[in-house]
Design a protein around this ligand. Sequence first.
Ligand SMILES: Nc1ncnc2c1ncn2[C@@H]1O[C@H](COP(=O)(O)OP(=O)(O)OP(=O)(O)O)[C@@H](O)[C@H]1O
Ligand SMILES: [Mg+2]
Length: 676
Amino acid sequence: MGLTQKILLFTGLMIVALVGTTLAFTTVQADRLARTTVQEALSDSRAVWESYQADRFNNLKARLGALANDPFLKPLIEEGDEKDIADTLKERAADIRPDLFLATDPFGVVLARADGEPAGQDLSADPLVSGALEQGRPASTLWRQGARLYHAVSAPMTTGEDTKGVLVAGYEVNQALAEQLRKLTHCEIAFLSEGAGQAPQLAASSLAGQASLLLPALAATASSAEMAPFNLDLGGERFIAVQAPLKDASGRVLGRVVALRSLAREMAGFLRFRDSLVLVSLGVMAVALLLATLGARRITGPVRTLVGLVERARDGSYSGAVAVHTGDEIGVLARAFNSLLAELREKEQLIQFLNEGMTQLKRTGDEQATLSASDETAAIKAVSAQAGVQVEKGQLFAGRYEILGTLGKGGMGIVYRAEDKRLDEVVALKVLRPEVLENDPTLLQRFKEELRLARRITHKNVLRTHDFDVTQDGTPYISMEYLEGVTLKELVQGKGALPAGVGLRVSKQMCAGLNAAHQQGVVHRDIKPHNMLILPETGELKIMDFGIARRSEMQADGGLTTDGMVMGTPDYMAPEQAQGQPADFRSDIYALGVVLFEIFTGRLPFQGETLMATVLKHIQEPPPDPRKLNPRLPAELAQVILRCLEKDPARRFQRAGDIHKELTAASSRLAAPAAA
Ligand SMILES: Nc1ncnc2c1ncn2[C@@H]1O[C@H](COP(=O)(O)OP(=O)(O)OP(=O)(O)O)[C@@H](O)[C@H]1O
Ligand SMILES: [Mg+2]
């Protein structure tokens, strides 16, 4: 799975998880809230029911009490004329509007009914009637007649001590009541009548369509305690219900009142909210995924380019660059990668360049190789004699080094390739002219001191110096790491100005080595292309001769030679050094500037007729513009070079590391060659 898909999947899952958790949490909360609301409403409904019941009884009692003393009705009852009584009851019923209205004789037998039902039932055993008959007081109770339930009130009709009969009036517990209670309590109300040993019957309910489902649902639920909430399922709709028994005045159970409330209806508001939340979440998810895609592209685009470049680099092609200018990790990675590619590219260019150079050099080398062994022995002898050094091929120098051949000749002596017999290792041995020390007796000590410092520099761009010593016959020598390579001087002399990439690679390595030395407090004092050794296989550059720069180059009288001996070249000498002032890090930076000038233009900035004229130019003349000599040189590089060549040390770069930074930036900016 690609990075983009991973980011999208992650974003999607995050949103789903977030919305899912929110929904689950709010649903649970809403359900709990709904249950609490429902249960509170249900338990409140009982008080409403009871006060309604009390109202009904009081209402009936008051009106029936008045009727019981009706001077017109009483004689009618005494006479017992059913027809007249029934008519009168109907007439009076218009006032009380009862659902049930009847009158009995003094024995509790129904004389007449306002509802036109046949009379004659014996109600003497019914507590409602018997109570009124026996105690002569009105009574009230829930009353069941068949499957119907009533709020019924009885009132005795007395004349003096005699009870002439009983009036019974009742309001039915019917659908109208259930609906009224529903309006007040917001709960569905159902009344069930139950005779002893009979299945309960629905007397009335406010449940419209679901009424028929109530009895089976109740039958299926375990009976619960009075007013304890229980769940009820009516045709798939969830209800919470409470129930209470309906009892008459004597405590006999006549039925049940059930109050119930739909959870679904309670949750309806929340469910609508939840639906819109889901919709909004889907919208948010779509937008988030879109943004995530854009964001992911921004991240993965450069990464993909990087991957492509890395793969090409693995296959040996270092062209191309990633264009990311952000300050985040991707930007840092891209910049680091660009400069890595630039490094690799330059390294490749340098190695290629060196290979071409080496074939040229080899051709000249081959001519030398044709020298016979005896010719070479003679050559070493001749060179040594010329330098005033007594060394021959095959000789064991200083009892330790077997001379194998010459490597070169410099201002202070000759460098031989030799085998260190003690360490069984090939080394470079620089044998100094005896006069070097003779002219300055303190030099031996200073040399030793300086070499001791220089040996502390361990950097890949600094050639290791092993030892400094003097043979028994007084010849001073230095042993150092031997590496096969070409000096930068040879390279520039052979090829002229180096191509920008090659020059940058060389320059950065010089800066790195010099910076490492400066950090150890070591000043080179003799930075010049002759002292830069480049290894053709790797393109690695080593700065040579740290700590062994000649001290007596400039005599106090300004002479450039000592005893007729040319002590090197003033071409790279900083103005302050040329004026006899002590050299410091900035003098090395000036010399480096001359080297940079030379490798990027193929020419030295100052060249006089005589050594003295050259020295004066370094002191007095402003350097020429390197771009005049090499118009292809990037302006930023020319600026770096000129800043190194400032006459005033304070105006130069103060650290080789700073030059390295500038050169690295220039490398990255140099247009990458077209993709291969
Ligand atoms: N460690 C080494 N490994 C391989 N070749 C070396 C080594 N040191 C010196 N050479 C070779 O010997 C030559 C002479 O070196 P030398 O340092 O004596 O001369 P120079 O650098 O021209 O002058 P200077 O005396 O100012 O340093 C160099 O140009 C180089 O080719
Ligand atoms: Mg040297």
